[in-house]
Design a protein around this ligand. Sequence first.
Ligand SMILES: [Zn+2]
Ligand SMILES: [Zn+2]
Length: 251
Amino acid sequence: MDQTDGKEFPKRVRIDITATLAELFVDPNLPGQPPLLVKDLQEHQQICPTCKGLWLVRRDTPYGLEGQSGFPYFNEYIGPCTDCYFGVQTLCAHCGKLKHPSHWQCPCPAACAERREIDFNTEQERRAKCRRIALKDYTGTMVFEPGREQYIDATDYLDPELTYFACTEAESYLSPDPESIIDRMNDQAWEAFGEEGYEPTVTQEGRGVLEDFLTDWTTRFVDAPVCYYPNPDLIVVVPASIPVVESASAP
Ligand SMILES: [Zn+2]
Ligand SMILES: [Zn+2]
């Protein structure tokens, strides 16, 4: 310990990193021996050259005091290394370049192709377990083609080789909510009178009547387009070929 500029504080303290680490991490079963970390590296992994596998690097958050310029005082510490994952770096199996520890995915063409293949196979396995409905039994008006991300009319030509998901239909509006109308009335009372005690009271029966009215009004007067949502768990199966209808007048 020593002092800075003859003043009592800040009091500069120096910590012996090596001795402290040795004290903290010595193996009680191996007293007197230097502490060791054990790492079992997988293929394409290496010890991080920045932190030498400790996952620790020296950092500082310097600080200043009021009335002084700059940040002349230290608060050094040992924090996690950002060049590795727990002291280990992983290299791309294809190009050998370092995979960044925060996103793991190498952008090289071979690694991208491998990921696409894995994603494709995963999706194929998922689709193999999906529920299925024959096109002739499907009552929806649209199907979704995931390959081209397109909605297609279910009565249009559909390619038996392609996958189509069933679509859920919903009207593109939210029915008016009676509570939001009552809330608006309360807000208006506050805006106009600005004091408690002026909020109108709406009875439970009144709320029910308003709800019935809004439902009836929406049904009679609102004409909104229908929205479609793909259901990725239900596949519409297109027959391989259209059966030939035999002519009644065939000989
Ligand atoms: Zn590191
Ligand atoms: Zn790569």
